[in-house]
Design a binder for this molecule. Structure first.
Ligand code: NI
Length: 170
């Protein structure tokens, strides 16, 4: 396995809308290796979610594990969020593509998501809390959206000033 370079904002490819992954191509050994490398990259960062667009692959899939001990690795291929609860949840989000920046984002507390697993098998998941927040954040990536897009213009401007300063220092 090997670590993959994560694209960082403002890389233009982070703004592209990803295309569906062909179901017939899921068994492809190179694709399976890529999923393993994405988990390794996410755990090493460390992070709890990584979308394909963040590693410069413009296809709709992502890996997630919100557990501390890496106990629940989840693969979502061609994920579709079918339902969102009226209840909202605020979470201080960060993103491996915008290192050093954290801000409160409000999203649905609960969601229902349909996807294919890493073997191409369809599944539906109804979840809430951190996992629901994380799934919504990663699906946003597949649509070319970043968590800073959810902030008010003033908060976004402040966050981006801080980000530019951090990048100058790096
Ligand atoms: Ni992110």
């Amino acid at each position: 396995m090997s670590l993959i370079t994560i694209l960082e904002h403002p890389h233009p490819n982070l703004r592209k809308v990803a295309a569906e992954r062909e179901a017939a191509a899921i068994a492809d050994p190179a694709f399976q290796r890529l999923l393993d490398d994405m988990f390794e990259t996410m755990y090493a960062a460390p992070g709890i979610g990584l979308a394909a667009t963040q590693v410069d692959v413009m296809e709709r899939f992502m890996v997630i594990d919100v557990t501390e001990d890496h106990e629940q690795p989840l693969v979502f291929i061609n994920p579709v969020i079918r339902g969102r609860s009226a209840d909202l949840r605020v979470h201080q989000e960060g993103c491996l593509s915008i290192p050093g920046i954290f801000a409160d984002v409000t999203r649905a507390d609960g969601i229902e998501v349909e996807a294919l697993d890493r073997h191409g098998k369809p599944f539906t998941l109804a979840v809430d809390g951190l996992l629901a927040t994380c799934i919504q954040h990663e699906v946003d990536h597949l649509d070319g959206k970043l968590f800073i897009d959810h902030l008010s213009p003033l908060k976004r401007e402040r966050a981006m000033k801080k980000y530019e300063k951090l990048r100058r220092q790096a």
